[in-house]
Design a protein around this ligand. Sequence first.
Ligand code: GTP
Length: 299
Amino acid sequence: MGASGSGKTSMRSMIFSNNPASLTSRLGATIDVEQNHVRFLGDLILNLWDCGGQDAFMDSYLTTQRSTIFSHVGVMIYVFDVETREMSKDLEYYRDCLEGLTQFSKEANVFLLVHKMDLIREGDRAAVFQRKVAELEKASGETGVKVYGTSIYDESLYKAWSSIVNTLIPNARNLSKHLRIFAEACSATEVVLFERTTFLVIATSSPSDTSDTFSSDPVAAHKLDPKRYERTSELIKSFKQSCSRLREEFHSLELELAEFTAVLDEMTKNTYVLVVVHDPVVETAAIKMNIRMARRKFE
Ligand code: GTP
């Protein structure tokens, strides 16, 4: 959900259809609702509704289509253009949508994206974002919301979408536990599981609440970049696009640097795993063999 031109179809086409950001300017306005079924993980199918944001459509979602639009919602993602000149109208529609959710899908999670952050000067971004967060939290009243600053031109989009999708994966915690055991078996600093087509992060071996703060061992010892997950998603996605331009298919990646070794390889039919090892004694071939042997367990 979100006003016309706020960037909903652009982010959908980048994450779920692997289109580059440069092509999003050619997208036309969405007419009514565009539904996509994305097979995400095995039997987990995301039913994605991209609701065109022109006023006439919004009015219809809130009246005649109300029960269709707001029933059985797992997550509502409301996109706000950070530079909008019509914030009060946006907020009015947003509050109406929250009411729709309260009526038909009480349990739904709500994510708010303050989008097109690239349009704000870098030095002002943090302050502008904080102001928006305060404004949006106030408008949300009692509803608990998560707010992310996003742009299609950097990795921020992947961070937001990974956490959105995470709330929809029923066994994400269990997966993290198994990844921790696998990381230990590989003497790895960290193991990250990505969804195959979107390259969104599904689970990591590091506890999620400490992934940004370096407080967990062994991640702490190596001062890993807090943006490493979403950066990897973004980089691999554009590398895959380059591969497909050359009519090649991306299969796996090995990096052997002075400080660490990293292997990115298929884990299951729907996932890729990234194993990062700082121990120089561990050979890449051994990591690959461990991945091969763990496949059946994770399938
Ligand atoms: P409706 O379909 O009418 O509801 O609009 P929408 O929300 O789907 O907007 P759309 O995705 O079509 O994007 C509108 C314009 O915003 C396009 O020209 C995009 O290239 C541009 N855009 C999308 N995301 C970003 C962003 O992060 N930064 C900047 N600068 N432009 C963006």
